[in-house]
Design a protein around this ligand. Sequence first.
Ligand code: NAP
Length: 446
Amino acid sequence: MNAPLPATLLKQHLIDPEICIRCNTCEETCPIDAITHDANNYVVNPDICNGCMACVPPCPTGSIDNWRVVAREHAYGVEAQFGWDALPAQEPVEALLAAAAAADVGTPAANATACVDAASGFAGALDADVPPGTMEAAVGNAGAQATAADVTPARGAIVPPWSAAHPYVNLYTHKDPVIATVVGNYRVTDDDAESDVRHIVLDFGESPFPVLEGQSIGILPPGVDARGRPHHARQYSVASPRDGERPGYNNLSLTVKRVVGGRDGNTHDGLCSNYLCDLERHDTVRVIGPFGSTFLMPGRPGANLLMICTGTGSAPMRAMTERCRRRIGGGENGTLMLFFGARTRRELPYFGPLMKLPRDFIDINLALSREPGQPRRYVQDLIVERADDVRALLNDDRTCIYVCGLKGMEAGVLDALRQVVVQAGQDWTVLHQALCRQGRLHFETY
Ligand code: NAP
């Protein structure tokens, strides 16, 4: 049984810099802005964090689920955490408790054992640390066990669809990456388009690397940063289905846009995107992961997919679409509806193959924002234009909705879905909550 910590001790929430892939999910999720980052690390501010646990289930790697019992007055500050390469060891909790007890003779010695338990995982015993009411939202050490009802969703679900296959996660880490071999690197935007988007195929040979559509992997770029430390991993969504880019092969594909300084608001060239885009066949790459346990396809027969993406956010949509394409005729596919935003046709990744898909297999809606001679269209504009069909899908509990791409699209897409529902006199708040609770609405935006 766990007991409260003495008031002079704190169970401090920390992020493991060795596992974190800097995907920004925790910072986005935190409802009280307790998480921040610099060029080196994502950190939790002990002066703000209230232990509400909202950030724990969405973290793709589990790096968020780390705790240290510390003397409150010696809590690790934000600046100290920015400098870490690894988490500090847990100080002996018995000694901390003894010191706390000495300072407050009223503290029961029996707390020692209970609090040692608490230090090894987030198992309760925090009543003294957080405001009343917040701990009801806390989940066990395995954050993914949270139910959607546990944490108020800001935008999307923190649980997968009930019929999703079970994903493998974190099979390979920074300390023990797997080596993949490049077996293909193809440009998937027109040669004269400004965006250089690449379809990169990685083969894992004999090393197990099972993935599901919607999961991502981490790439460790070679070299060191300005401080002489290895570069952090960069995260990319898998663009191929679970049975491989080439069916039956132990390979997968990524969709990578070359980030060039002076374009798209970038001040310098992207370190990892340029590394990947320049790779040639037979080159090797260090890979970690897989990551992600919620942005997953439903497995039930007849499930509908409503997919909304911009640019390279099309990667997981390609994976899901290809999974369904390979089983056309098997009676398992429901309705597939795609909203895909790009600047022009020439800049739209996979435009050619996409347009060759049978019309009765997938309903494709292209939102082109800079097509000469045409008005600017965003995915959210088309969602509203197709309101009747979108509403029908939203109201079918076999439908799952996936949104991937630019961070900026999130608010617009949510508002478009709201409009579609409200137009018909329905209550969006109720439907939105149901979509989140049932693991049917998923976001992956950067
Ligand atoms: P992009 O070419 O910059 O933009 C794609 C389209 O989205 C353009 O038509 C753009 O219009 C439009 N757009 C801009 N702001 C929008 C908004 N607020 N609402 C709706 N549409 C909007 O896209 P990109 O450079 O490929 O970026 C894709 C994003 O996906 C990146 O942030 C990337 O990190 C993320 N992502 C990538 C992966 C991956 O595996 N590679 C996975 C997940 C997410 P205008 O520019 O004309 O305004």
